[in-house]
Design a protein around this ligand. Structure first.
Ligand SMILES: Cc1cc2nc3c(=O)[nH]c(=O)nc-3n(C[C@H](O)[C@H](O)[C@H](O)COP(=O)(O)OP(=O)(O)OC[C@H]3O[C@@H](n4cnc5c(N)ncnc54)[C@H](O)[C@@H]3O)c2cc1C
Length: 454
């Protein structure tokens, strides 16, 4: 085997997809994977492309953002998707797989590819000496030594080790008459937040429900985690005393309710998640409550009784970069372009999103090696929405995210051009999916290659 033209660190979903796509385009790739010599605390097998928890790639429904991403990756020739389809097990409209057969097949494909070698061993120093591009795809549990190296090149405050994710709800599902727009003390434009006001009785009932809610158990390696103040799950805050939320994320000071002219007893603030204001996050509401509990308990918040959750809250161990501040849209580190990233470490979240990220990093790198310009996929496609999320500098505090429709470019027209009527939810999803399909086809043709299956 020749000297590698690219080194990929990490043989997970992103690393395998990335290496495969490069190899299929004639690039000599070396994968450096610390298994079987060392495992992360979440891993239980020595296989490449291990699914560490669920065996599901989530919804395969073509009217779901994740189902659409599946469809795009199939059309774009993803190895992971092809083998996931091959090892599919019955799971309703989800794409679930036999995890052992799936991982073994990915590993076989990767190891047997004539352009790929796999070298076992933990990478503790960034392998920059060969002068070839290095793709870091070491995932949410990147080993400590490598993480320390990354801190050295990115800066301490640009690499996080835990995420504290607040839920996001669809704007159209918020009962607007129950909330009011205002910023604390009238700052900013004066109406930057949507505020869900509570009286004392509502607040006390809410706190009681939060404290009693069922939460997800901590993983072994999360035991003993001390949360930073400001990143604590709301149930941890609520347990410290009945007034704690009211003096924390539910503080009402400086928020005049125009209907009463006074500050409410407590407030949940919703902040726009994107410039189009199609999605809002619940400010400071990171939580480890189970998803059903989030729907039930957070549904007690005025205005959110019928809320559609685009993303649920979570708090877990996760190594990720402040990508909008660090990476360009080819996933290169701006300050050191020899280094680039793929997978969950870039701030995507989930098996399929990490796979998609690996695919895109490979395509962008291959284009660069061939001296060809390649724009990222448009933000009205699932893949493009994911890439934009990672590099969107308009979001002040970057947090990892699954793919959801709130990350897509919104539709230009809320009305159906044929009937002139306002589209209902299924019609909007259908319109977004139709637009994504057309847009991906156009982009892919513009890249000079025709989609593998379309
Ligand atoms: C506990 C846990 C449960 C999860 N459950 C789910 C779930 O149910 N569904 C879902 O969609 N997503 C889940 N995720 C998220 C999931 O990890 C990612 O979506 C996905 O595995 C990330 O893919 P990746 O390729 O970026 O990283 P990984 O799949 O983690 O791959 C990274 C690889 O890099 C290797 N590596 C790390 N450091 C080094 C080093 N220094 N040198 C060499 N190799 C190294 C690791 O051994 C690993 O093989 C979970 C994450 C965790 C931590």
């Amino acid at each position: 085997m020749d000297t590698p033209q690219v080194i990929v660190v990490g043989g997970g979903l992103a690393g395998c997809e990335c290496a495969w796509q490069l190899a299929e385009r004639g690039v000599v790739v070396q994968i450096r994977e610390m298994k079987p010599l060392r495992r992360t605390p979440a891993q239980s097998s020595d296989a490449l492309a291990e699914l560490v928890c669920s065996n599901s790639f989530r919804s395969d429904n073509p009217l779901n953002a994740i189902g659409l991403l599946h469809e795009e990756l199939r059309a774009l020739g993803s190895l992971v998707l092809r083998l996931a389809d091959r090892h599919r097990v019955p799971a309703g409209d989800a794409l679930a797989v036999d995890r052992d057969l799936f991982s073994a097949d990915v590993e076989r494909h990767v190891r047997q590819h004539p352009m790929i070698t796999v070298v076992a061993g933990e990478v503790t120093a960034l392998p920059l000496a060969l002068g070839v591009p290095v793709v870091v795809a070491t995932g949410p549990l990147t080993s400590d030594a490598l993480a320390a190296q990354l801190v050295a090149v990115t800066g301490q405050e640009r690499l996080a080790f835990y995420d504290a994710i607040a839920p996001i709800v669809a704007a159209e599902s918020i009962a607007m008459p129950q909330v009011f727009a205002a910023s604390r003390w009238g700052k900013g434009d004066g109406d930057d937040y949507l505020n869900c006001p509570m009286d004392k009785a509502q607040y006390l009932a809410f706190v009681e429900a939060v404290v009693a809610a069922e939460t997800l158990p901590l993983q072994d390696f999360e035991l003993g985690v001390r949360y930073f103040p400001g990143c604590q799950p709301i149930e941890v805050v609520a347990q410290s005393g009945p007034k704690s939320l009211r003096f924390g994320p539910m503080k009402p000071t400086g928020l005049d309710d125009p209907r009463t002219g006074r500050w409410p007893y407590a407030v949940v603030q919703l902040r726009a998640e994107n410039r189009h204001k199609t999605a809002y996050n619940l400010v400071g509401f990171q939580t480890k409550m189970r998803q059903a509990e989030q729907r039930r308990v957070l549904g007690m918040i005025p205005g959110l009784g019928e809320a559609e959750f685009l993303r649920y809250g979570s708090v877990h161990r996760n190594t990720f970069l402040d990508s909008p501040r660090l990476l360009d849209d080819a996933m290169r580190l701006r300050s050191l372009p020899q280094l680039r990233f793929a997978g969950q470490i870039t701030g995507v979240e989930g098996y399929i999103e990490s796979t998609a990220s690996g695919w895109w990093t490979a395509l962008a790198l291959d284009a660069e090696l061939r001296g060809v310009a390649l724009a990222p996929p448009p933000a009205d496609t699932a893949l493009g929405a994911l890439v934009r999320h990672v590099v969107d500098t308009t979001v002040p505090q970057f947090q990892p995210s699954n793919l959801h429709f709130g990350l897509f470019e919104p539709l230009d027209d809320a009305r159906d051009p044929q009937t002139g009527k306002k589209r209902d939810k299924p019609a909007r999803k259908q319109a977004m999916c139709d637009r994504a399909r057309a847009s991906l086809r156009q982009w892919h043709v513009a890249t000079g290659r025709t989609p593998a299956c379309g």
